[in-house]
Design a binder for this molecule. Structure first.
Ligand SMILES: NC(=O)c1ccc[n+]([C@@H]2O[C@H](COP(=O)([O-])OP(=O)(O)OC[C@H]3O[C@@H](n4cnc5c(N)ncnc54)[C@H](O)[C@@H]3O)[C@@H](O)[C@H]2O)c1
Ligand SMILES: N[C@H](CO)Cc1c[nH]c[nH+]1
Ligand SMILES: [Zn+2]
Length: 870
């Protein structure tokens, strides 16, 4: 749902909203009259902001910069609470794509980087923290590239007047700090709101006045008046109806008649040539005996007016007086009318009964001091919710009507409305497209099985290479600056936390400690068992002994993602095998939270595996710091771990730089799963496995291969997918990933395995009869989960196998992380004189063929020596 801004700018309020505590700049009431307000949300202020939204959502249309929030769930909660728009980091966009234009990317920094990222994503773009000249350049370049610019926000201290002009030229919306604005006439160093408005409005009158429509809170027109910059100033300052009389100058409405107005909101129309004042009118607006210049109120506003006046003056003992004082009577009337509405048949009957119901409902509201405007605002606020209630009728009402809670009742959607509307509109079913392998061409099937596209590596490289170069040259200082920028952890002064880690940084609930300990032990056992007992030794010829032995990689860097979700389980999957392998230095890296701290679960795991440090950084800067080392960050020999496109590209880049001398594990991208199910498979289990990977991110893909399933069984699985998905908090992400996920129908296990091997999934789940037997047919997969009792999530956390696995089909050539990932193998040869005699001729002959005489002589010289001494 898109909003039209009431005014062509947003007011930014920098204090956490109480909101009485807007101490500097405009007052809360003044901001409220302007309609929209912009806040920066920090993890520490999130709770407070949610409380604020509960109380003031009706007063303000809130816009939020949420780039400091790590959790996508927190952002969704803000949307659900009524945020009109959230400005997010570009990498958070994918996970929030289901919320359409209510989610907008912002980018800070240079125009070039900013614009290339917008060109890539094809999105609207907002440039934040720019000077007026930077904004002008950005908007101009955007126009050249045919990118629609959106919001622009000045750096603190920028010239606001200049900024507004720049924005107006390009139809961008400036976000102006409240501290730089005033509603007073001349306040030194501040810009009057009326000046901003009069600079954008266009009057076609000789006197420059602007036609102003005055409406009540239900948008009923009361009359037409005129405004000047001065009258708007006065109206905002006093929060009353003040206009410009064409004959008598400033006109304070009601000053003589007593029919005053409280100003609720001002707005400009779509082409900036008319103003609208929303007011609470005392008495009447018109000089004639009618509420407004266009006549009397009608419909519900009229009923409300009548009820309010009756409440004030109904004679004691009258029916109306009884209605206002007897709650039981009103309740009974509401029930009675509701029942009659339900049994009404014809449109006329329904209109008649609905009117009765509205009458008693409004009586109940007026009796409680609730206005029609309050009810309308509540309706509007509901329309901004994103998490839908099930719409089921409650307890006794459901029982009365014999309604069972719908198994597939809607639980969440991007466009929920009222409870009633929720019952009416069923959200689109979350379902995977079906393909019958015997009926589609191989090309068609291959196309459907294609993983969602990734950004081109060129575009990503353009972003990460300058970061890597900067870290290489400027070390700690550069790392810190990127952490300040990307993680908004501006208070952080050191980019690394060295062991021993303070106890207070790993305070965790007992049950979390117990869960980590169980998982740690299972992962340790499984990886310890991968240790080679003793070196491999083979006597290839008599006297020729070849060996191979392993040694731990001295220093390893374990990257633990922390952008959209914090994954302490990844810390276990990398840290434990590194510890078992005996790596001397284990360095963790993970993006810190905005307050500069690392999630305590990760610190606890770092402590358990004996990590020497935690690099408090993410992305390309963390990878570069570990690859090259800095003043305080240890250089490592190998970097392992999954991450987003920036992390993966940075790993590839440093591993190609011979100066870095650093290895990497593999490309591990968005999670995926392929489930093979036959007639034995429980539909609920199959659906749960598909959804467990679908919830990772909208880039995830899940595939079901159904072996000889009839329509009823397929339908049961599809119903389960929808039903379970609708209950998930991350349902919107699931919607995104399921959109590019498919079911393929085949006839036999062999066919299923052939398809699976071709796809090479990260996770393969076998929910088929005699699943173990099918393992022999697995040629390409990251990790296999066998039988009905083995959900994939056991592998993600606690079974013991590793969850850092190749995705994107790389399971054809890469293994997942395992003990061998943390060691290198060294071979040795050991020959006796007899051995050299046995193999020497072959060596000399091949050296001769390659014309490498020194090689040949290294053997012949020894053989001659032997024959001389015999
Ligand atoms: N295959 C596996 O084994 C596996 C396991 C766990 C997670 N994953 C995947 O890892 C990924 C984690 O990604 P994430 O984003 O949550 O965390 P992340 O830690 O990988 O990335 C966050 C970092 O990206 C950098 N960044 C963000 N925007 C940037 C920009 N515009 N320019 C330059 N750098 C920028 C920042 O430095 C930030 O710290 C997900 O795709 C998840 O599915 C895969
Ligand atoms: N399934 C992911 C790897 O593809 C790992 C993970 C971490 N937490 C939950 N799951
Ligand atoms: Zn997972």
């Amino acid at each position: 749902m898109e909003t039209t801004l009431p005014l062509p700018f947003l007011v930014g309020v920098s204090v956490p909203p109480g909101l009485n505590d807007i101490k500097e700049g405009l007052s809360r009431e003044e901001v409220s009259c302007l309609g929209c307000v912009f806040f920066e949300v920090k993890p520490q202020t999130l709770e407070k902001i949610l409380r604020f939204l509960k109380r003031h959502n009706v007063e303000f249309e809130p816009y939020f910069d949420v780039t400091a929030l790590e959790s996508i769930d927190d952002i969704i909660t803000l949307l659900d609470a009524g945020a009109r728009k959230v400005f997010v980091k570009t990498e958070q966009l994918a996970d929030l794509s289901a919320y359409g234009s209510r989610v907008a990317p912002i980018v800070t920094g240079s125009s070039a980087a900013l614009l290339s990222s917008a060109t890539e994503s094809g999105l609207l773009l907002s440039g934040f923290d720019q000077t007026a000249s930077e904004a002008a350049q950005f908007l101009e370049e955007a126009r050249d590239k045919k990118i629609t610019p959106f919001f622009i926000k000045p750096v603190p201290g920028a010239d606001l007047e200049q900024f507004i002009q720049v924005a107006a030229k390009a139809n961008a919306i400036p976000i102006l700090p409240s501290t730089g604005l005033t509603t007073k006439k001349d306040e030194a160093g501040k810009l009057a709101i009326s000046t901003i408005l009069s600079s954008v409005w266009k009057s076609d009158r000789a006197d420059g006045l602007l036609p102003t429509v005055v409406v009540d809170e239900h948008d009923t027109a009361l009359g037409l008046v005129y405004s000047s910059a001065e009258s708007v100033n006065e109206a905002l300052r006093t929060q009353t109806g003040v206009y410009q009389s064409r004959k008598r100058g400033l006109w304070y409405k009601g000053a003589t008649s007593g029919d005053t107005q409280e100003l609720v909101r001002i707005s400009l129309d779509c082409d900036n040539d008319a103003l609208k004042f929303v007011v609470k009118q005392t008495g009447r607006f018109c000089h004639l005996d009618q509420s407004g210049c266009f006549g009397q109120l009608k419909g519900l506003p009229k009923l409300e007016q009548t009820l309010i006046s009756r409440k004030q003056s109904a004679p004691e003992g009258s029916y109306t007086a009884r209605l206002f004082s007897d709650e039981k009577l009103v309740r009974a009337k509401i029930m009675e009318e509701a029942e009659e509405l339900c049994t009404a048949q014809t449109p006329q009957e329904i209109a008649f009964e609905a009117a009765d119901l509205f009458y008693f409902a409004l009586t109940r509201a007026v009796a409680a001091g609730v206005t029609l405007a309050d009810i309308e605002r509540s309706l509007d606020a509901k329309s901004w919710k994103v998490k839908r209630r099930t719409g089921d009728a409650k307890g006794k009402w459901a029982e009365k009507e014999g309604i069972k809670p719908a198994a597939s009742a809607p639980a969440a959607t991007s466009a929920p409305v009222t409870k009633e509307a929720a019952q009416e509109t069923t959200p689109e079913k979350i379902t995977m497209r079906r393909f019958d392998a015997s009926k589609v061409s191989t090309e068609e099937l291959d196309a459907a099985l294609k993983r969602p596209a990734q950004k081109s590596s060129d575009a990503i490289y353009k972003i990460i290479v300058p970061i890597i170069e900067d870290v290489r040259k400027n070390g700690d200082k550069a790392v810190l600056s990127y952490t300040h920028k990307f993680e908004k952890a501006t208070s952080l002064t050191s980019p690394v936390l060295k062991a021993p880690f303070p106890k207070e940084l790993m305070q965790l609930p007992e049950e979390t400690i117990a869960a980590i300990d169980v998982s740690f032990e299972n992962i340790r056992k499984f990886h310890a068992a991968q240790k080679e007992e003793k070196p491999l030794q083979v006597e290839t010829m008599p006297g020729v002994v070849c060996s191979r032995f392993s040694r731990p990689i001295e220093a390893v860097g374990c990257y633990i993602p922390g952008g959209t979700a914090v994954l302490p389980s990844t810390a276990l999957m990398l840290g434990v095998p590194a510890m078992v392998a005996g790596c001397n230095k284990i360095v963790f890296a993970s993006p810190p939270r905005a307050d500069g701290t690392i999630t305590p679960e990760i610190v606890y795991v770092a402590h358990k595996v004996g990590a020497e440090s935690i690099v408090l950084a993410g992305g390309a800067q963390a990878v570069a710091a570990m690859a090259y080392g800095t003043e305080s960050i240890t250089k490592v020999d190998k970097i392992l771990g999954p991450g987003n496109q920036f992390v993966t590209a940075a790993k590839m880049f440093v591993s190609n730089d011979t100066n870095a001398a650093v290895g990497i594990d593999m490309p591990a991208g968005p999670s995926e799963v392929l489930v093979i199910a036959d007639k034995d498979a429980n539909p609920a289990f199959v659906a749960s496995d598909l959804l467990s990977q679908a919830e990772h991110g909208v880039d995830s893909q899940v595939i079901l291969i159904a072996i000889d399933l009839d329509e009823e069984h397929l339908q049961a699985i599809e119903d389960e997918v929808h039903r379970q998905a609708m209950e998930l908090p991350r349902v919107q992400i699931v919607r995104g990933s399921i959109a590019h996920s498919i079911t393929v129908q085949v006839k036999t296990v062999e066919e299923a395995m052939e398809l699976s091997n071709k796809y090479a999934p990260e996770h393969l789940i076998l929910q088929i009869k005699e699943a173990e037997k099918a393992v022999d047919l697995v040629m390409n997969a990251g990790s296999v989960f066998i039988g009905a009792w083995t959900p994939e999530s056991v592998g993600d956390y606690s079974a013991g196998v590793n969850h850092s696995l190749p995705t994107y089909g790389f399971a054809k050539q890469y293994s997942g992380v395992n003990l061998a990932s943390f060691v290198k193998h060294i071979t040795s040869s050991n020959l006796t004189a007899e051995g050299l005699k046995n193999v020497g001729q072959a060596v000399m002959q091949l050296a001769k063929v390659e014309e490498l005489e020194a090689h040949r002589r290294a053997v012949s010289i020894r053989l001659e020596h032997m024959s001389k001494s015999n």
